[in-house]
Design a protein around this ligand. Sequence first.
Ligand code: TEU
Ligand code: CA
Length: 557
Amino acid sequence: MKKTWWKESVVYQIYPRSFQDSNGDGIGDIPGIISRLDYLQKLGVDVIWLSPVYESPNDDNGYDISNYQGIMNEFGTMADWDRLLEGLHSRGMKLIMDLVVNHTSDEHAWFLESRKSKDNAYRDYYIWRDGKDGKEPNNWASIFSGSAWKLDETTGQYYLHLFSSKQPDLNWENEKVRREVYDMMTWWLDKGIDGFRMDVINMISKVEGLPDAAGEGKYNDGGKYFMNGPRIHEFLQEMNREVMSKYDVMTVGETPGVSPDEASFFVGEDRGELNMVFQFELMDIDSGPEAKWNVIPWKLAGFKQIMSKWQYELEGKGWNSLFLNNHDQPRMVSRFGDDGKYRKESAKMLATLLHTLQGTPYIYQGEELGMTNVRFDTLEEYKDIETLNMFREYREAGRSEAQIMESIYYKGRDNARTPMQWDDSPNGGFTTGTPWLKMNPNYVHINAKESLEDPDSIFHYYRRLIELRKQHEVIVYGKYDLLLEENDRIYAYTRTLGEERLLIILNFFAEPVTFHLPDNVQYNGAEQLIGNYEWPAEANLRGLELRPYEAQVLKLK
Ligand code: TEU
Ligand code: CA
């Protein structure tokens, strides 16, 4: 595969509201981030992805943008942002910004104009329709519960909002909208940023006529008509031609619901669209058929099958993104590892996986400390709009409060959004005031200060994994081959580049288990590159006892 810097990089995602507060108002901010740049440099990450810092009424914590070219007051000023970029660049790190252009805030100047009258110059910037028989124009459900349409009294028409009613969808059919977006992107690129993470970018093209979705509910999933729509590739190629191709920058598109086949259109190296996509197959592994909130247990067989499918199908065609959590997902150690007795071992095991597959790893803030999910006693302590809307909807449908709280504990987005745990002082060194979302009480023993001091910590393990990627090309570019497909306790695979061969062995559970290297894999000795347990000098790979959550990366001779 062609070599590029973004394939060789490790990305670190910052959710600014929860990273570091600098002025005691309980809200993380840009000066706070600047004060932690040395920490990030020590970890060794190459690129920072900053979740939205633009002006926003914060209905969805910044994913509802009212001005793309201004900084949210609570986060600081444009001068602060300039200092952040400068601070990163001077340390040899890069910055990618979140691009949220499927929708704006309903407080964006375009929408304020658009809603004024049917013949306003901005009317066609959004998706307006007449109602049908006194009801919404179609039966689509919003991803954040209820209908995807809202009636606007001023003109008596409805507007489409796939997410919150304060996030009206832009009309990408309108050439002027696309021009505005490209100009805005160019403006940021000219300020010197290094790329974009593109929010729900595969939802920008909707099927003409916006047909009703299938289903028995009052509102149903219309994904078929707005995900990977008819003009999506045309729009992305146009964006690439008009904007991205003029800069040496990276792009990663968030694309819920894509299969590897579809993904290869987005990231195929000769397609001129995106560098990588975030796909969610693994994130859906424990979602029941009705919704993500109906949790079903995940199994290692399914886990391996999903990871392997993406490794094999994009090989030689396009590049994978690798992540096990983000600001919308539960904490990885609580979900796929053990956040109790084996927290450290299992967090390191999962980190080993993340950093030894083919693709670009993304670390979500706090993951490098082994931060865990949280359980707040009352709904009032939760802030996330998706969680709160879901609670209301399920209560109305007759589900018990206790049952809904269990779903929230398992899947709620606030699990990822509790503030960073810097030390064991009150509020974990995140703020001197009252945090906007309560801290996870375990900050007293899970925090950065403790991790930095302990040479055996999860933090230092991540630092070493990131370093290894710089030393061994095979980790970046090597071909992936799954071993022991049928084994339901162990995930093992090789990575091969020319003469270089790595063997990765992961025990996914607390029970010890024996590993047998298949006979067709020849070797004359194995050298440990990294592992979460010591490597015995005389180990035999044809009958190796693995300890709880053991992870080993071996160079085969
Ligand atoms: O998320 C897109 C998305 O599909 C999410 O709704 C996701 O499926 C859900 O959060 C899982 O619980 C992006 C952003 O990452 C998210 O934070 C925003 O709320 C959303 O878009 C709207 O901009
Ligand atoms: Ca602040």
